[in-house]
Ligand binder design. Structure first.
Ligand code: MF3
Ligand code: CO
Length: 291
């Protein structure tokens, strides 16, 4: 996987510097982990400075869209109106909604209410009502760079049980961020997320998780939040991925709506919550790129 480069040739990262004074030591460190049997990221997963700038510019739009939804969301609004705002704000700022036409997905955003785990499709029929919790999951393409994040919104007077689910799910993301450190394993990060959910009496969805992100919408690795410590891909500076656990109030099991092939529900029809951030692994820890 790690093609040997001559010490004096230009570094693969595009810095214009010689390999020996750029990524040589970095590559050697990765190869050591690989020899010990760990899964390591390929070079295509290490973002350059230029890539990171590109993702950040894309994220400016994604963050602005979610801010705008936060300002406008209210009881009585249908989820199609949310889709319209996402499409308007994204395109006016020069971006493309990444969801639209992605593997045939028909809308510009996912709106997942109460027992919908993810991939709720905006519709004129789905009207927000007092006490609902909703995840709005938004993704943007700008100059070929992808940003991806989601937030929960509470509509009017939400029950203490649902409020706690929303808050604990946000804390789960924070636990994941605190475990995002170079030269540690993704499995440790996922386990930190999982433990916090379990300690609060919740379960975490297993089948759907996070992903590398940036040059494509969904890159390697698949990011699990029910992972075992000591497993998973090595995190190294320059990797970008999402932390986006789906936390269920009841059982972990889910099913997909046959009628549209997208929308995921909890099996027991109890509520589910999700927050998503897109994060960069840095030399010392992490930097949030989109939220
Ligand atoms: N934004 C979702 C994620 O976090 C993906 C949605 S794909 C869609 O990965 F097609 F359903 F929009
Ligand atoms: Co995502």
């Amino acid at each position: 996987m790690y093609e040997k480069l001559d010490r004096n040739s230009l570094c693969w990262c595009g810095s214009g510097r010689k390999y020996k004074s750029c990524h040589l030591a970095f590559d050697e460190k990765i190869i050591q982990w690989q020899r010990k049997g760990y899964t390591v990221p390929g070079r295509h997963l290490i973002k350059t400075e230029e890539d990171i700038e590109g993702i950040k510019k894309s994220a400016v739009i994604n963050i602005a869209v979610l801010d705008e939804i936060g300002d406008k969301i209210h009881a009585g609004m249908c989820t199609q109106e949310i889709d319209d705002i996402v499409n308007d704000v994204t395109t006016k700022m020069g971006g493309i909604p990444a969801d639209l036409n992605y593997e045939g997905y028909p809308k510009s955003v996912c709106t997942s209410i109460n027992d919908v785990v993810c991939h709720g499709i905006p519709s004129r029929e789905d009207i927000l009502k007092d006490g609902d919790i909703i995840n709005v999951d938004c993704s943007t393409i700008l100059n070929g760079y992808f940003s991806d994040s989601s937030r929960m919104f509470m509509i009017g007077d939400v029950s203490p049980e649902k409020k706690r689910l929303v808050e604990v799910t946000k804390e789960c993301v924070q636990k994941g961020l605190e475990a995002t450190k170079p030269w540690t394993l993704m499995g440790d990060m996922g386990a930190a997320v999982h433990n916090h959910a379990l300690q609060n009496g919740y379960t975490v969805v297993r089948e759907i998780g996070g992903h590398g992100c940036g040059k494509e919408f969904h890159e390697e690795p698949f990011v699990s939040y029910v992972s075992r410590p000591g497993t998973g891909m090595l995190m190294v500076p320059g990797m970008v991925f999402t932390i986006e656990p789906m936390v269920n109030m009841g059982k972990q099991e889910i099913f997909i709506d046959d009628s549209n092939g997208w929308t995921v529900y909890t099996d027991d029809r109890k509520p589910s919550a999700q927050w998503e951030v897109e994060v960069l692994v840095t030399e010392t820890g992490y930097e949030i790129l989109s939220y």
